[in-house]
Ligand binder design. Sequence first.
Ligand code: PXP
Length: 248
Amino acid sequence: MSAEQLRLGVNIDHVATVRNARGGAYPDPIRAAKIAEQAGADGITAHLREDRRHITDADIDGLMAALSVPLNFEMAATDEMQKIALRHKPHAVCIVPEKREERTTEGGLEVAREENRLAHFIAPLREVGCRVSIFIAADQRQIEAAHRIGAQVIELHTGAYCDAHAEGDYAARDRELEALREMSAFAHSLGLEVHAGHGLTYETVQPIAAFPEVRELNIGHFLIGEAIFMGLEPAVRQMRRLMDEARA
Ligand code: PXP
């Protein structure tokens, strides 16, 4: 297959993390989102967590009003989040697992175990026009279940691949990469749109960006960290450049 254009979704959660460390108004995640847009982001991703530890309800209101690119609204499969999504009708909703005590989204969603509930949960979101994405591990069983419940998109969790790279365990990294490659192709063969993300950096992005089936990468923490050193606009531009290079 020919590689279609690869979109970059910039996750601005951790601008809000820094803001909330002091409880004031800055740095402003909406300003960050607008800068990311100018730097070539095709979308903005924000995760409204149950405990509101970073993005707040007001941030979602602000993003919906201010963005020129689509918002990818990450949320847990709870009634509260479903109501908020149905009120805003963002372009995309990404369903993620959420545990209060975790530092970040640790694994993919267990779709296979909760198929019935999730099918009912996403149906109204699809009805109002949201593209529904499910964040899952590179596991055939989960992909098949995501397909059966009617998701249009899956986002593959790249965390284990990135962690293995950071730890210098290159054999594990290559195994994870191979699983991601195979499962991207498998999901695409079912007609699902394939996205990927979590933990991606300048060092780890290119092998994933080179998978022709992957249409979108969602990247946050590393970019916000790099922004401290070089500014957000150059940090996003550099990621965009590496993605385009890998794709070419
Ligand atoms: N995709 C999903 C579904 C996520 O939950 C996250 C983290 O919020 C990301 C992508 C971005 O991960 P990171 O901040 O590590 O780049």
